[in-house]
Design a protein around this ligand. Sequence first.
Ligand SMILES: *[C@@H]1O[C@H](CO)[C@@H](O)[C@H](O)[C@H]1NC(C)=O
Ligand SMILES: *[C@@H]1O[C@H](CO)[C@@H](O)[C@H](O)[C@H]1NC(C)=O
Ligand SMILES: *[C@@H]1O[C@H](CO)[C@@H](O)[C@H](O)[C@H]1NC(C)=O
Ligand SMILES: *[C@@H]1O[C@H](CO)[C@@H](O)[C@H](O)[C@H]1NC(C)=O
Length: 275
Amino acid sequence: MKLLLLCLGLTLVCAQEGNSDVVRSNFDIPKITGEWYSILLASDHREKIEENGVMRIFVEYITLLENSSLFINMHTKVNGVCTELPLTCDSTGEDGVYAVRYDGRNVFRILEVNYSHHIIFYLENFSDSYKLLELYAREPDTSPELKHKFVEICQKYGVVKENVIDLTQEDDGKNIFRILEVNYSHHIIFYLESFSDSYKVLELYAREPDTSPELKNKFVEICQKYGVVKENVIDLTQEGKSLLPGAREWSGLGLQFGELCWRRGGPGFSTFQKH
Ligand SMILES: *[C@@H]1O[C@H](CO)[C@@H](O)[C@H](O)[C@H]1NC(C)=O
Ligand SMILES: *[C@@H]1O[C@H](CO)[C@@H](O)[C@H](O)[C@H]1NC(C)=O
Ligand SMILES: *[C@@H]1O[C@H](CO)[C@@H](O)[C@H](O)[C@H]1NC(C)=O
Ligand SMILES: *[C@@H]1O[C@H](CO)[C@@H](O)[C@H](O)[C@H]1NC(C)=O
C-alpha cells in the first residue's frame, strides 16, 4: 500500500512537471543557448534603459562555453551607431546565476524560462544598486499575456510599470531584407525595404575587398530595376571597412546602412532592427 502511494505520488510529481513548460529552478543551461530577441526591458532607474542609456542593449544569441560561462552577443547604440557588444558571463556556481563585467560588476539570474519560447532575467548592479529585468523571446514579438505577466514580475521586484519599455515598438522597428542573388564563393546582393520609413537599400558584398566592373554594373542595373538611381550607388571599396558588424566576411558596395543592426532570419530573409 505504501509502495503504491509512493508510486502514485511520484507519478503526480512527474505529471505536474511535464505539464508546465516554464522552469524556475534546476535550469538546463544548454537549452537556453541560441537566438533570442529582446522584447521588454525594465529598470528602477529608467535613464539606464532610455535612448542612449548604458543598459539599453539588445540580445542576439547565447552560447555556452566549455568552462560553463555564457557568451552573450548583444548590440547597443554608441553615439548613434549600432555596435556589437559581446559579453562573457561567468557562472557563480549557483543555479542560473551569472556574473558579468559591463561597466561595473553585475550579477544576473534567470527568473524563469520556457526554452523554446521565452526567458526572463533579473540583474542587479551591486555597487550602483539598481535593478534591471529583461524579457527575451525566440520570436521577434510575443503575446500581450506574457508581456503583462512580465510587468507583474517587475512590480514584484519593485519596478513600476511606467519603467517597462517595449523594445518591439522601438523606433521604426524591424526591416526585412531579402537575398536577391548569391554566388557563395564570390558575391551576394541584398535588398532591404524599410516598411515604416519606406526607403530602400541594396547591398553588394564580395568575398574579396573589390570586385569586377561588370559585377558593379550589374548591381547598378539591379538598383535601377528597384527604383534606385545610379547616382545613389556608393562604392565602399575605397572606405576599407565593411558595413555591418555581422557581415565581416563580406566586403561591401552599396548604400550606407547607418545605425541599422543586422538580425538573421529564415532562409532567403533576414531582419534588421533599427535602433
Ligand atoms: C571562460 O572562458 C572564456 C572564454 O575563453 C573566458 O573569457 C572566461 O574568462 C572564462 N571564465 C572563467 C571563469 O574561467
Ligand atoms: C512554452 O512555449 C511553447 C512554444 O514553444 C508554447 O506552446 C507554450 O504555451 C509555452 N508554455 C507556457 C506555459 O508559456
Ligand atoms: C555599476 O555601478 C558602478 C559603481 O557605481 C558604476 O560606475 C557603473 O556605471 C554601473 N554600471 C552600469 C552598467 O550602470
Ligand atoms: C562564382 O564565383 C566564382 C569565383 O569564386 C567564379 O569563378 C564564377 O564565375 C562565379 N559564377 C558566376 C555565375 O558568377
